[in-house]
Design a binder for this molecule. Structure first.
Ligand SMILES: *Cc1c(COP(=O)(O)O)cnc(C)c1O
Length: 429
């Protein structure tokens, strides 16, 4: 459930009228609902009741400072994948002891930053990374809590670009090599390898791969303990899918309660602290992208609705073939007829298409549309392709709204470029 519903014939974000908001700040813009963010966090957290656990929000899904701060106030920790994200979560008020650091390519500088901040856990993904971390820790006289990410060789059955737990993926170490690497870790002064991590992919709509992966995790835990390793922390990753409301595929997402029951079932008896790293589940349906219709154009076989948002603002449809529901901000009348249209952006690529053959009520230039489920992997993946500045982000709470990232002007964007000196002397040659 989310808080983007029609009120008095127009789509609202909680109690904020999106039509008025669009007039005030211009389009396109992202809009996030505080109530939805909080609700998703609370429902997920409650699903893990009874387990000693921390929910570490995967910040890469949406790293707006106000979004992170909203979740931090609910008690969320954070899963970060770069020094930049670590800076963001600390600034937004996440306690360092609730931060875990994931990713296959951490630099020595990022490791040093994490050690200085005193974060809860480094998730190590390879032996060379373990060796470098040990060196950085030794230089600082620190002992770093580490979870080694194992690759359980499980197919998450999700889009190939976001599946991460198969043997041929770049993530983690092969699960059957865990005894070797933990034995090596034991000899490294700066390393406290008392955790194990897995993360098998994103947008999982079936719990079976989780069952397989967590079963393997439990097995590795028992094996390592039998070899004398003191395993106290399990990091279960993120990836639980959300409904994108695709009527064709009728994809249903597993309820968090079922996921929680599975976690209790598979690892609840191991007496470990459990970390979970949901991103999309928290932020995905807590955000929309509001866009205005520029033109309606009749092609030979299709009608195109050309809007002012584009693939640079929301990359998911073209990157992952992702489905996003598109709705009219004006509430259609009961029984109002619809027609199939392709909703496209202005960018010079055919991939700049938000949806094909979508049934919308008659729309005219100037009308507003909302692209739903855009709160995760939306604004964070935006680029300035085609000379298009990043769009604003707005957070609402009840009847209030705040622009939590302002619109960037084209002139400012250009400010990052510099002329080469040999081009500024006015002459040719
Ligand atoms: C991306 C990622 C997540 C979050 O995935 P979601 O599908 O957004 O829940 C969690 N953990 C790690 C290590 C990740 O790379």
């Amino acid at each position: 459930m989310d808080h983007f519903q029609y009120r008095d014939g127009r789509l609202a974000a909680e109690e904020v009228d999106l039509t008025a908001l669009a007039d005030q700040i211009g389009t396109p813009f992202y809009c996030y609902s505080t109530a939805t963010l909080e609700r998703h966090f609370q429902v997920f957290d409650a699903a893990l009741q009874g387990l000693d656990h921390t929910v570490c929000y995967a910040v890469k899904a949406n790293s707006n400072l106000a979004v992170i701060a909203t979740l931090a106030r609910q008690g969320a920790g954070a899963d970060v994948v770069s020094g930049g994200e670590l800076t963001q979560v600390l600034k937004a008020g996440v306690a360092p002891e609730k931060v875990v650091f994931s990713g296959v390519g951490k630099t020595a500088a990022e490791m040093a930053q994490a050690i200085d901040a005193g974060i809860a856990q480094m998730n190590v993904e390879s032996e060379p990374e373990l060796a470098l971390l040990a060196m950085v820790a030794r230089d600082k006289g620190a002992r770093v809590p580490v979870a080694i990410r194992i690759n359980p060789d499980v197919d998450a059955k999700t889009h190939e670009k976001i599946t991460t737990g198969r043997a041929e993926n770049k993530f983690g170490i092969d699960w059957d090599r865990a005894p070797d690497i933990y034995a090596r870790a034991r000899d490294l002064d700066g390393i406290d390898a008392s955790g194990i991590a897995v993360h098998i992919g994103s947008q999982l709509t079936d719990l079976t791969p989780y069952r397989d992966a967590y079963g393997r995790l439990a097995q590795v835990t028992r094996d390592l303990r039998a070899q004398g390793h003191d395993i106290r922390r399990l990091d279960l990753g993120g990836g639980l899918g959300i409904p994108y409301a695709d009527p064709a595929e009728a994809v249903s997402a597993p309820p968090p309660e079922d996921y929680g029951a599975l976690v209790r079932d598979m690892v609840g008896g191991l007496d470990c602290h459990v970390t979970v790293e949901p991103g999309r589940l928290i932020a995905g349906n807590a955000g929309i992208l509001v866009t205005r219709v520029l033109y309606v154009k009749d092609g030979a076989t299709r009608r195109f609705v050309i809007v002012d948002a584009a693939m640079n603002d929301l990359l998911r449809p073209t990157l992952y073939d992702a489905y996003h529901a598109v709705v009219s901000v004006r509430e259609p009348a009961a029984g109002e007829s619809t027609q199939p249209v392709d909703v496209v952006g202005p960018v010079c690529e055919t991939g700049d298409t938000f949806g094909e053959e979508r049934h919308l009520p008659a729309v005219m230039p100037g009308d507003l549309l909302a692209i739903r489920s855009a709160g995760a992997y939306g604004a964070v993946m935006a680029s300035t392709y085609n000379g298009r500045p990043l769009v604003p982000e707005v957070l609402v709470s009840g009847g209030r709204h705040a622009v939590v990232r302002r619109r960037v002007e084209a002139e400012e964007m250009m400010g990052f470029d510099a002329m080469a000196p040999w081009l500024t002397d006015g002459g040719a040659g």
